[in-house]
Design a protein around this ligand. Structure first.
Ligand code: SAM
Length: 259
């Protein structure tokens, strides 16, 4: 097969470090019957080692050349390659109890995380390699400087754990940034959810759009509707000082007032 030239527009940095590949596969712990979907299999650095444990693997790859190459490398029915943009794929089509994995293209990582959240009900877990800074924002808590909208929105839906860092030298070509692997497990407990998830998202967005402002200002006309004592949040607090449960209480208070 001819050599593949990495395409920057598809965020192609291929894993080449055998030790890191093994570390990731061990963290995923694939079992034969798992319903696994790999996003962006590329040159199959993870695909092959995953398939060694699985009866079947689905893969979504946007690059036509790489999709064709994957079908040649893994003929037969154990690997199903969907040539598509992962941002436009309805992951529900792959069935239930999904295990999503991927060394993700960094240029689409945030929209992809939000797209995956839409199908979280069908997902058992997700193991993704992302830019280290993004992983740190995802797992940050109230007192961390990285705490923001991404932390709140994802922690609302997932239990997350940063597993380990991966240096640029593990890839070809080497990216400019350090990467990290994160495990995400959808929360099953409905009781921690807001009554209105769309309103919850809008509230978090409003609050963090002006994160240095006090909430009573940042929330605009919603601030006047907020029963601050009842929700247990100071109107003089900033978004970065409110935990996920606080945002849920605020959102529910607004729903109760007809928003
Ligand atoms: N998994 C391989 C590895 O670890 O070596 C490749 C990782 S590379 C960082 C990202 C892969 O995602 C590439 O194969 C790229 O073509 C693919 N990709 C980029 N954008 C995509 C998209 N929107 N949907 C599906 N795959 C995409």
């Amino acid at each position: 097969m001819t050599q593949h030239r990495a395409r920057q527009r598809f965020g192609q940095n291929f894993l080449t470090d055998a030790g890191v590949i093994e570390q990731i596969v061990r963290a995923i712990d694939p079992q034969p019957e798992d319903n696994m979907v790999e996003i962006g299999p590329g040159l199959s650095a993870l695909t092959g080692p995953l398939l060694a444990h699985l009866k079947h693997l689905s893969a979504v790859e946007i690059d036509r050349d790489l999709a064709a190459r994957l079908r040649l490398t893994f003929p037969g029915e154990r690997l199903t390659v969907t040539e598509a943009d992962a941002l436009e794929v309805d992951f529900a089509q792959f069935g239930n109890d999904l295990r999503l994995v991927g060394n993700l293209p960094y240029n689409i990582s945030t929209p992809l995380l939000f797209a995956c959240m839409q199908v979280a009900d069908y997902v058992r877990d997700q193991h993704f390699m992302l830019q280290k800074e993004v992983v740190e924002r995802m797992v940050a808590g109230v007192d961390d400087s990285d705490y923001g909208r991404l932390s709140v929105m994802l922690q609302y839906r997932y239990r997350m754990e940063k597993l380990f860092d991966v240096p640029p030298t593990a890839f070809e070509p080497a990216p400019k940034v350090v990467s990290a692997v994160v495990r995400m497990i959808p929360l099953a407990d409905d009781r921690v959810r807001a009554h209105d998830t769309v309103l919850f998202g809008a509230l978090v967005q409003r609050a963090f759009a002006q994160r240095r402002k006090m909430l009573r200002r940042a929330l605009g006309d919603w601030a006047a509707l907020m029963p601050w004592d009842e929700v247990g949040v100071e109107p003089t607090a900033r978004a970065e000082q409110v935990d996920v449960a606080g945002f849920i209480r605020m959102s529910d208070a607004l729903s109760a007032r007809g928003l």
